[in-house]
Write a protein that binds this ligand. Structure first.
Ligand code: UDP
Ligand code: MG
Length: 313
C-alpha cells in the first residue's frame, strides 16, 4: 500500500464527506493505493455514523472509535498502530490541511529519503494574537531544546515512513512534538515543506486557552525526559550537591568565626538561615534524584532499545 492517511477527529461530522471525497480525488489522480484511517476521538456528534456511511461506499476508509475523548495524541497513537502504508500522512479533519499536499509530501519523503517531512503553515489562517504569535514562541523554544530545525512543530499535516510511526509512542499531549519523539527514537532526517493552510470551514477549534499551559509543560517534559529521563541523578544530584556543599561551606565559615574569632550571635546572622536552607534544599534535591534513579531502575522500559537491524542472529 502506497499511503495511509491518518485523521484524528473530534466532532467534525460536517467536514468528513467533503474531506474524504477530496482525498479520494487526489489519490486516484495520482494512482496511489491507499487507506484512510479515521480515529473518532469520542465525538458526541454524528461523526461515527458519517464514517460508517462513508465506508459503505469506499472500503479504503477505515475507522477506530474511542469510547470517550482521549485527545489528539491518543488518536494519532492508535492510528499509527493500525496504519500499513509505505508512507503515513497525518492530517486534521477540519479541512484546514489540504489533501492536495499528499503527493508532494510523499514524493519529498521518498525522493529525499527523509524519515519525516513536516508541513509548515507559512501563511496561516488563524487568529494572529491567540494562535500565530504564541505558536512562534513555542516553535522557537522547541527548536532550541530539541535542536531540530523546524519552523512549525505542531503542523497537523506530516508525512512519515512506516517504521517511524511504529517506533514512537505519542501520549499525553505530545502530538505537538512528534518530530522530537522521532528524533529520540533515532530518526534524524527530518525535513520541512511549506504547505497550504486554509481557514476552518466547519465547526470550532478544539483547543482552548489551556493549550498554552499544557504546551509549555509538555515542552519542559520533552526537555527533561530527553536529557535526564534515564539518569535523573545527574540533574538532581548535581544541583543537590552544589546546594548542600554551598550551605556547608557557609556553615563552616560561621563556625570558624564563632570559635576562633569570637563572633557572637551566630544564630542571629541571616547567613546562618541561608546556610541551613541551602543544605535542606540540597538534601531534598539529592533525594529526588535518588528516588528518580530507583524508579528508572524498576521501569519496564529500562532495557527497551530499538534495534534497527541484525546479522547472523
Ligand atoms: N482533535 C482530536 N481530539 C481532540 C481535539 C482535537 O482528535 O481532543 C482533532 C480535531 O478534530 C482536528 C485536529 O485534532 O481534526 C486538530 O484540531 P483543531 O482543528 O481543533 O486544532 P487547531 O487547528 O485549532 O489548532
Ligand atoms: Mg484546525
Amino acid at each position: 500500500m502506497d499511503v495511509s492517511i491518518v485523521i484524528p477527529l473530534f466532532n467534525e461530522d460536517e467536514s468528513l464527506p467533503e474531506l474524504t471525497a477530496w482525498i479520494e480525488k487526489v489519490v486516484t489522480e495520482n494512482q496511489l493505493s491507499y487507506e484512510v484511517i479515521m480515529i473518532d476521538d469520542g465525538s458526541t456528534d454524528q461523526s461515527w455514523s458519517v464514517i460508517e456511511a462513508l465506508r459503505k461506499n469506499n472500503p479504503n476508509i477505515k475507522g477506530i472509535k474511542f469510547q470517550r475523548n482521549y485527545g489528539k495524541s491518543a488518536a494519532l497513537n492508535e492510528g499509527f498502530k493500525a496504519a500499513q502504508g509505505e508512507v503515513i500522512i497525518t492530517m486534521d479533519a477540519d479541512m484546514q490541511d489540504s489533501p492536495d499536499e499528499i503527493p508532494g509530501l510523499r514524493n519529498m519523503l521518498l525522493d529525499g529519503n527523509y524519515d519525516i517531512v513536516s508541513g509548515w503553515k507559512k501563511k496561516r489562517f488563524d487568529n494572529a494574537l491567540t494562535k500565530n504569535l504564541p505558536s512562534k514562541l513555542f516553535n522557537a523554544a522547541a527548536r532550541k531544546m530539541s535542536k531540530i530545525q523546524l519552523n512549525d512543530f505542531n503542523c497537523g499535516l506530516k508525512a512519515y515512513k512506516l517504521k517511524v510511526v511504529k517506533c514512537i509512542e505519542v501520549y499525553g499531549e505530545m502530538h505537538r512534538y512528534v518530530p522530537v519523539l522521532a528524533k529520540w527514537a533515532g530518526f534524524r532526517k527530518i525535513g520541512e515543506k511549506v504547505v497550504e493552510h486554509r481557514p476552518r470551514k466547519y465547526g470550532v477549534t478544539k483547543f482552548g486557552w489551556d493549550r498554552f499551559v499544557n504546551g509549555f509543560l509538555d515542552l519542559m517534559t520533552i526537555f527533561f525526559v530527553g536529557k535526564f529521563g534515564k539518569r535523573p541523578m545527574h540533574f538532581f544530584g548535581l544541583w543537590g550537591m552544589a546546594s548542600f556543599g554551598f550551605g556547608f561551606l557557609v556553615f563552616i565559615y560561621l563556625t570558624v568565626s564563632k570559635f576562633f574569632f569570637d563572633v557572637t550571635g551566630m544564630t542571629e546572622r541571616p547567613l546562618f538561615f541561608f546556610a541551613i536552607l541551602a543544605m535542606i534544599i540540597g538534601t531534598q534535591l539529592f533525594l529526588a534524584g535518588f528516588i528518580g534513579e530507583l524508579i528508572t531502575r524498576n521501569a519496564t522500559e529500562r532495557n527497551h532499545y530499538l534495534i534497527e537491524d541484525k546479522l547472523g542472529l
